[in-house]
Design a protein around this ligand. Structure first.
Ligand code: GRF
Length: 218
């Protein structure tokens, strides 16, 4: 690892298993990056302990200490920008970010969403897929824009829905796939081969499907 190794700031609110997947991918050498900060907006997020056990600088910036969304996002933006990260990773960060924050990190802010976007932005994605009688669920890594779960998709993984699936069993089966998908999508971004042209992604100069590249479990 050198000072040129791409730097990541991770934003979390809870369990932190996607953050842990990045820690593992970096340790395994499958992702050439370094996590320079982990910031949680929730003081007792279990992910903070995971980060500290991995010797990562972890801190809390509670939205409850700010009078409104704009002032919290300004402080969060300053905390992130202080690290001049190559990439900001939303890893189960459960706050909607203001356009001011999103614009500040445009093109280097990623999120993972547990649905086959553009289907089911927002909450309760698995229940909505089951209720709609869908054959597949999945997860999508996308650039964050000010449209909720609406930014350009980088990569997607699909998972067949079984007849007796519940939202919980789907989430359980999907999580290990998310853990492989997210570092792989970050790697694609860091390759420098993705470009945004008129709001649509190109990979190596070729336009990508609007749902991103399909990622298959390895
Ligand atoms: C994941 O299911 C992710 O898709 C969603 O929030 C969950 C975060 O889990 N955005 P974790 O905190 O990374 O374990």
């Amino acid at each position: 690892m050198t000072s040129k190794t791409p730097s990541l700031v991770m934003l979390i609110s809870g369990r932190g298993s996607n953050m842990e997947a990045f820690i593992r991918a970096i340790a395994a050498g499958t992702l050439d990056a370094r996590i320079v900060a982990v910031i949680s907006n929730v003081a007792d997020a279990p992910g903070l302990d995971l980060a500290r056990r991995a010797d990562l600088p972890a801190s809390v910036l509670s939205h409850q200490d700010y009078p409104d969304r704009a002032s919290f996002d300004a402080a969060l933006g300053d905390a992130v920008a202080a690290h001049q990260p190559d990439l900001v990773i939303l890893a189960g960060f459960m706050r909607i970010l203001t356009p001011a924050f999103v614009d500040r990190f445009a093109g280097r802010l990623l999120n993972i969403h547990p649905s086959l976007l553009p289907k089911y932005p927002g909450l309760h994605t698995h229940q909505r897929a089951i209720d709609a009688g869908d054959a597949e669920a999945g997860a999508t890594v996308h650039y964050v824009t000010s449209e909720l779960d609406g930014g350009p998709a980088i990569m997607q993984v699909r998972l067949p829905i079984q007849p007796n699936d519940t939202a919980d069993t789907l989430a359980q089966r999907l999580l290990p796939l998310e853990h492989q998908l997210y570092p792989a999508a970050a790697k694609l971004h860091l390759s420098g081969k993705l470009t945004l042209v008129d709001g649509r992604l190109e990979f190596d100069g070729e336009s990508m499907p609007p749902t991103g590249l399909e990622w298959r479990p390895q």
